[in-house]
Design a protein around this ligand. Structure first.
Ligand code: HC5
Length: 627
């Protein structure tokens, strides 16, 4: 089976420095990986196919003149150096388990230098709980930790059922990377390590953050069983008492530009005490952040909660009570607010959502108290020796983070008038319908189409991650233009919407089957660079830059729970739109940056709401609604 296994050290740590890898060394006890060996390998699409699709995708974004230039550039590329680069990619694909994985992990994550909060790590808000004080916070946190450990059993024993898309099984390796994993900063490229559950050194502790202090808490007793909820509660209570004072927020360093953080990190690890504390954090199962009060106006409490999950609200609120390098940090506030933030290097949203849906459900159920495990270890405080230099770096990090936090314009909204039910009743793909609404709302505000990214999954392939669904098409632009033109008859608008929905649906299906263009084009570019060739003209062309400047960065992440998912825009003048579509409603998290006054999340949300309502109105009284 062990195509999954790439590299694993004798101490059982899967270390990835500047490349990707996954872990498994033992035959699986459960069925989670039983279909893994049968998964197809990610193909390299035919060159001509990608180039033709690329031209089609840039057409709605370019003038006739610009398009002509790009056509010429693409044609030249198809003769030289396209075929040569294609051969190099095909060779790589023959040699490796997945030709894209290591390049993607580096390019999208480990080499990316921007701070991880807002720019990389998504946040998720759980449904609000009824407690409102510190006591309730600790009780809920204990339950949440018990819920995480309950889910972890299924991962550890490989008993999660294999997920499917239609009849096709999906790659399950990401489930082995969401817990017990951590990123660490490097000067030019970060590292990532995971401590898989079937190794003898698999971690048995979590880190609890309170008042900017960090504690290591063993969550398994001497008999190897998880602590009971009551035991967890007592442990939390004692560590909270031990950290009554707010400490210097060393965690703020993890919010820095990665190279800046790398500098601080290399100084920190020189000290033995610091190095031991960092190792404990990196090696832990996950973080649980017990936050302090939010003194803000809570009138739009879900948006405030979303900010807490995305960045912690700045130094004056809870950002110092985080360790953003950790793959999963659960956040438990005082006001019944909870959720998580996750560092994205390891995995896409769905495995994390599977975990949180389990935890949310677990927390809503009554569980028998469970017996205590013998001799739980007392939590240990992790200490840091902070030099003058490091303290200055923390001050700078504080300034940088507060600028970032002030720049983020984030709002959530629940569209309650319909969900997937309406497009389904009209025989349209719900996601393609919503994507066209998202594109149209942008068009109505900005009077032009947006280069538009939607995450498409590649998990049908072994070690597959994502490719781009380019949601802006000639058909979607035609629909947008017709929609805003008051002379267009309703029937025509409906017809064009159906075309646009169909175009999106086809593009999505192609992506899912490995026939997307963005990862292929990236691969061709990297093949040139790695082989000492120039970056091809195709990639230097304005059309490439423009069409990958994704003003609309979107992702559909379905959850069973009423959770709201948020992430930041990927460009200064763009929006991030994450949505959780349910049968009769849709949760949206919308972000923008204040530095660009033209993009405003509230304004966008209003337009999106109107657009969704008006798109439904198109069908009222028309033939289609009688179908
Ligand atoms: C809480 C889950 C949020 C979804 C995260 C997601 O979709 O990330 C995208 C990953 C990818 O490779 O497309 C990146 N994006 C946030 C920039 C859309």
């Amino acid at each position: 089976m062990l195509r999954i296994l790439s590299r694993s050290t004798s101490r059982g740590i899967v270390r990835v420095t500047q490349c990707t890898s996954t872990a498994m060394t033992q035959p699986p006890p459960g069925k989670m990986f039983s279909l893994q060996a049968s998964l197809p390998r990610l193909p390299v699409p035919p060159l001509e196919q990608t180039l033709n699709k690329y031209l089609k995708s840039v057409r709605p974004l370019l003038s006739d003149e610009e398009f002509k230039t790009t056509e010429q550039i693409v044609q030249d590329f198809s003769r030289n150096p396209g075929p040569k680069l294609q051969k190099l990619l095909e060779y790589k694909a023959n040699q490796e388990e997945n030709w894209l994985s290591d390049w993607w992990m580096k390019t999208a994550y480990l080499e990316f230098r921007s701070p991880v909060p807002v720019n990389v790590s998504p946040g998720i808000v759980f449904p609000r709980q009824s407690y409102r004080d510190k006591e309730g916070q600790l009780r809920f946190a204990s339950k949440l930790i018990a819920g995480v450990l309950d889910f972890k059993v299924m991962i550890d024993t490989q008993n999660l059922p294999v997920e499917h898309m239609g009849k096709k099984p999906l790659c399950m390796t990401q489930y082995y990377k969401i817990l017990s994993a951590c990123r660490t900063p490097g000067k030019k490229c970060d590292s990532w390590a995971c401590y898989p559950p079937n190794e003898s050194n698999a971690p048995k502790h979590i880190i609890v953050a309170h008042n900017n202090q960090f504690f290591s808490l063993d969550v398994y007793g001497a008999d190897g069983r998880p602590l009971s909820e009551a035991q967890i509660y007592r442990q939390l209570k004692s560590l909270v008492q031990e950290s009554a004072q707010v400490a210097t927020p060393v965690g703020l360093l993890t919010t820095e530009n990665r190279s800046t953080w790398a500098k601080a990190y290399s100084e920190l690890v020189n000290d033995q005490e610091n190095s031991a504390s960092l190792r404990k954090i990196n090696h832990s199962i996950c973080l649980v952040c017990l936050d302090n009060n939010l003194p803000q106006d809570m009138s739009d409490e879900r948006s405030v909660a979303a900010q807490q999950m995305l960045h912690g609200g700045g130094d004056s609120l809870n950002s110092g009570n985080r360790w953003f390098d950790k793959t999963i940090q659960f956040v438990v506030g005082r006001e019944g607010i909870s959720g998580l933030t996750y560092e994205h290097t390891s995995a896409e949203g769905p495995p994390v959502v599977m975990l949180l849906d389990h935890v949310v459900k677990y927390c809503s159920e009554n569980h028998s108290p469970g017996s205590d495990t013998p001799a739980p270890a007392t939590p240990t405080k992790l200490t840091f020796n902070l030099s003058k230099n490091i303290k200055e770096m923390i001050d700078t990090a504080r300034t940088h983070l507060d600028v970032l936090v002030d720049d983020v314009d984030l709002n959530v909204f629940v569209f309650k008038d319909y969900g997937k039910n309406f497009p389904k009743s009209q025989k349209m793909s719900p996601d393609s319908f919503l994507q066209n609404a998202i594109q149209l709302a942008y068009y109505r505000i900005h009077n032009e189409p947006a280069p538009h990214y939607e995450t498409g999954t590649l998990r049908m392939f072994h070690l597959g991650r994502t490719d781009t669904i380019r949601s802006c098409s000639e058909a979607s632009l035609e629909f947008c233009k017709a929609f805003v033109n008051s002379n267009t008859p309703k029937e025509r608008k409906v017809e064009l919407l159906r075309n646009a929905v169909q175009a999106h649906k086809s593009y999505t299906n192609e992506v899912i089957q490995g026939n997307g263009i963005d990862r292929h084009l990236l691969g061709l570019k990297l093949a040139a660079i790695k082989n000492g060739m120039n970056v091809p003209d195709l990639h230097m062309d304005m059309a490439y830059t423009l069409s990958t400047h994704f003003r609309m960065s979107t992702s559909q992440v379905p959850a069973h729970s009423d959770s709201v998912l948020v992430f930041g825009p990927v460009v200064p003048d763009g929006y991030g739109v994450c949505y959780n579509p349910q049968e009769t409603q849709v949760h949206f998290g919308v972000s923008a940056f204040n530095i660009t006054p033209e993009t405003n999340s509230k304004n966008y949300i209003n337009m999106l709401r109107n657009t969704l309502l008006e798109m439904r109105d198109l069908f009222q009284g028309s033939m289609q609604s009688k179908l």
